[in-house]
Ligand binder design. Structure first.
Ligand SMILES: NC(=O)c1ccc[n+]([C@@H]2O[C@H](COP(=O)([O-])OP(=O)(O)OC[C@H]3O[C@@H](n4cnc5c(N)ncnc54)[C@H](OP(=O)(O)O)[C@@H]3O)[C@@H](O)[C@H]2O)c1
Length: 491
């Protein structure tokens, strides 16, 4: 359970806040993980009173919360809800914010502990962090803490990531900065650590002696959903590979940390990212595409270039795939393929380890025609669990071996439903528990892997290859793996 504190959310009228943050705060309260001395302050430009904001929180909780609505929990939360209207460059608004927080400190007994969640366009980080410093709201001391939470994207390349870090680190100490990569808050991602290091069975084969290739996929079945302003010019690689997929790769490839302690975990992830090399030949080891019109869920959908707010000559990719080689003893020779795309046939995120064929098969070629390679698939979302694929004898008088699956499903094995990633992460911010938040060094190393790819794509000036909506991506993606002798999994 978190200690007494105030959580201030900038950009509280935005999409993220409505869909994820407000419901997560309520769910934490409902699970008894927020203290009685809790205050929630919203900040945005609307001319709202506290009651208007409370109504928005109420509506988004009713619509999106995971746990059932309970009036007594809501009433307790309501007592600590405040709203401060204002622009980020408005000194008066920040004076009002400070007074509001002080009033909550006294009325709710929050002990002067404050977390500031910047759920705002990254271009405003500078303004808000500067205001917090000028108005004396950014200081921590032995008795009270002040923390800042920032959302991805952490810059749009290495240089801007460094600038962003410079802005934040001049005001907040590294241990007070919490960078949210919400994938790390997912139960299934944390289970990757449990699966690898709590069991004796898998780690002996988790290396280049047995694994042939690793495929990490995050596929979405939707398009840009009206978010042209955010997405165009950013694209799939910056939006997903730089953060979520490289973090998943680091957790998959890292050595065992000495403990599940933030410093140890980050050290091991950093070592992987430092050993990971950008693709040697970018034309050969990357692929990018853009969705064209097609069929999705039985409906005809338009192509990216026809989406509202997108220029007909946009070269932004909605499909990105890259090969990364982790140059260390455990992984030398094993390609890691990372791919993400919009308008795929299914929404799915998974990490698949494909294994080498047995060195010797005491069967005829015909016996094993229906046998694929062994694979271990960590299903991150939406059907959370683990699948193992292996060859089994087909019941008959002959020896015929065919590929089958063994499945573990979270839903079937545990009665508790998984908390949302934002519940875990917000709670960890309030507790000051940092293992699940990437450090600036990891952000920089990730950009060092991706920058050469993005620069090359930009310099080429060519249009990404079109793929029909509702398919598994462009031909160049298939060819990229075929050249290495592999095929993409169809999740
Ligand atoms: N949406 C997602 O699913 C998602 C996922 C991952 C990361 N993120 C990141 O989370 C952050 C927020 O995303 P979002 O989608 O919620 O953004 P959004 O819908 O565009 O909301 C932006 C918020 O900032 C406020 N704002 C903008 N300019 C302002 C100004 N000058 N002064 C005061 N308030 C201002 C807006 O308030 P008013 O216009 O009401 O004043 C609004 O509340 C971004 O950094 C985004 O990249 C979002």
């Amino acid at each position: 359970m978190a200690g007494p504190c105030v959580l201030v959310i900038f950009g509280v009228t935005g999409d993220l806040s409505r869909k994820k943050l407000m419901p997560a705060i309520y769910d934490l309260a409902n699970r008894g993980l927020l203290p009685p001395g809790f205050g929630l302050v919203g900040f945005a430009r609307r001319d709202w009173a506290d009651q208007d904001f409370a109504k928005q929180v109420h509506d988004s909780v009713k619509e999106n919360a995971r746990t059932p609505f309970r009036e007594e929990v809501w009433q307790q939360l309501l007592e600590g809800i405040r709203f401060v209207p204002g622009e980020f460059n408005d000194d008066n608004a920040f004076r009002t914010l400070k007074r509001t927080i002080q009033e909550l400190d006294e009325s709710r007994g929050t002990g002067g502990n404050h977390a500031f969640y910047l759920s705002i366009p990254p271009g405003f980080f500078d303004d808000v962090v500067g205001q917090l410093r000028r108005h004396g709201m950014a200081e921590s001391n032995g008795r009270q803490w002040s923390r800042v939470v920032i959302e991805k994207p952490f810059g749009h390349d290495l240089e801007s990531a460094r600038e962003l870090n410079q802005i934040v680190s001049t005001v907040f100490a590294p241990e007070s900065v919490f960078r949210i990569d919400h994938y790390l808050g997912k139960e299934t991602v944390q289970n990757l650590i449990a699966f690898r290091f709590a069991n004796a069975l898998y780690e002996p084969v988790w290396n280049n002696h047995y694994v042939s290739d690793v495929q990490i996929t995050m596929a979405e079945d939707i398009g840009i959903e009206g978010r042209a302003g955010y997405y165009d010019g950013i694209g799939a690689a910056r939006d997903v590979i730089q953060n979520h997929l490289l973090q998943l790769m680091a957790l998959t490839a890292m050595e065992e940390p000495t403990s599940f302690d933030a410093a140890q975990l980050r050290t091991e992830k950093q070592k992987v990212l430092a050993a990971a090399k950008p693709p040697a030949d970018i034309d050969v080891h990357t692929a990018r595409g853009q969705y064209a019109a097609g069929w999705q869920g039985g409906e005809q959908v338009r192509g990216y270039l026809d989406e509202e707010g997108i220029s007909p000559s946009s070269t932004t990719e909605t499909y990105a795939a890259i090969r990364v080689d982790v140059d260390n003893r455990r992984w030398a020779g094993v390609p890691f393929y990372l791919r993400t795309a919009k308008r795929m046939p299914r929404r799915v995120t998974e990490i698949a380890l494909n294994f080498k064929r047995a060195l010797h098969l005491p069967f005829t070629h015909a016996d094993t025609e229906g046998m694929g390679t062994n694979a271990l698939v960590m299903r991150i979302q939406p059907d959370e669990g683990i699948t193992m694929r292996f060859g089994a004898k087909v019941p008959s008088t002959q020896m015929e071996i065919r590929e089958v699956s063994m499945n573990f499903n979270y839903g079937g094995s545990f009665t508790e439903s998984s908390p949302e990633a934002y519940e875990r992460l917000i709670l960890d911010v309030l507790l000051g528990d940092p293992p699940l938040f990437p450090q600036h060094e990891e952000v920089e190393l990730s950009w060092q892997i991706l920058d050469p790819v993005l620069n090359h794509w930009e310099e080429s000036g060519t249009q990404p290859e079109q793929y029909a909506s509702g398919t598994w991506g462009p031909k160049c993606g298939v060819e990229m793996l075929a050249r290495d002798g592999f095929v993409w999994r169809r999740p």
